[in-house]
Design a protein around this ligand. Structure first.
Ligand code: NAP
Length: 254
């Protein structure tokens, strides 16, 4: 049985609690929340505290708070030589106070409130200061996910940048596409099948092999028409030109 305590009750904390609750080898000892009134529902077996001095002994303390608060929260823990991990993609392991044994338990997924996720498919990136602790993290990760990766802080930083490109930026492209559809009285849903196929084909093809469109074909006349179409929105026009250049540079180089 792995005993864990979770600090924070945001998106990640709530999804982790849900996933851990499904596994009989994990016991959630306690959740620390600074505003207990924010806790909507928790299983009666989980204790809640907002008082650092009331923390219960656990095998792992998981800090799932905003990136900027990780260092401060870890220094507030009245613990010595305990195993303390955070869940961030971009914060170095060293940001955790060195009063304790440090680690990272980063679930590589986008979590949204009230949107359930299948944790078994989510890669868990783990890192620890000491090799014995890596075993504890492996056991915890394997209990909820089929994909565990040992990733150091430098690699995690790179991974997070890559994730911003494939997740946040791609989603922003949806936003732009949606605005263009709306301005022209076209339902955005018309693009759903295209979006789904684009996402699914990169499981079999490299992104370079999967690329299509006027930039890849160097179809100058179509590109010029699109750039002219975007005349009224300089930001969208610049994004279009920059991405076109990037695709074309990629085609020439590789
Ligand atoms: N969201 C994602 O998709 C995602 C994915 C992977 C990893 N992560 C990482 O997981 C961590 C948590 O992200 P999240 O999305 O769950 O954030 P979130 O929903 O914004 O929740 C943040 C939590 O941190 C608490 N908090 C903030 N400052 C605090 C402080 N000084 N002391 C105590 N508690 C504090 C907040 O408490 P209050 O409610 O009282 O403000 C809240 O419970 C971050 O490191 C993030 O990078 C996020």
């Amino acid at each position: 049985m792995i005993k864990i305590s979770i600090i924070g009750y945001g998106n990640v904390a709530q999804h982790l609690i849900h996933a851990f609750m499904q596994n009989p080898t994990i016991q959630i000892e306690q959740v620390f929340v600074r505003k207990p009134e924010k806790v909507s529902y928790l299983h009666p077996s989980i204790k809640v505290t907002s008082d650092w001095s009331q923390l219960l002994p656990s095998d792992i303390f998981i800090i799932a708070v905003s990136d900027d608060a990780i260092a401060e929260v870890s220094s507030s823990l009245p613990l010595k030589n305990q195993f303390v991990v955070h869940t961030s993609g971009s914060v170095e392991l060293e940001q955790i106070s060195n009063h304790n044994r440090r680690g990272v338990f980063y679930p590589l997924q986008t979590f949204t409130k009230n949107k359930t996720v299948d944790f078994t498919t989510i890669p868990i990136c783990i890192e620890s200061e000491f090799s014995a602790d890596l075993e504890i993290l492996k056991n915890l990760a394997v209990a909820i996910s089929e994909k565990t990766y040992i990733i150091n802080s430098q690699q995690r930083k790179a991974l997070h940048v890559a994730a911003v490109f494939v997740n946040n930026f791609v989603n922003h492209m949806y936003q732009i596409g949606s605005e263009i559809c709306q301005e022209n009285q076209i339902p955005f849903s018309i693009l759903e099948s295209l979006i789904a196929e684009t996402a699914s084909k990169i499981t079999n093809l490299s992104p370079k092999e999967a690329q299509t469109g006027p930039a890849k074909r160097d179809d100058q006349r179509t590109i010029a028409t699109h750039v002219a179409f975007l005349e009224s929105n300089e930001m969208h026009q610049n994004i279009y030109k920059l991405l076109t250049q990037s695709i074309q540079k990629n085609e020439q180089e590789l």
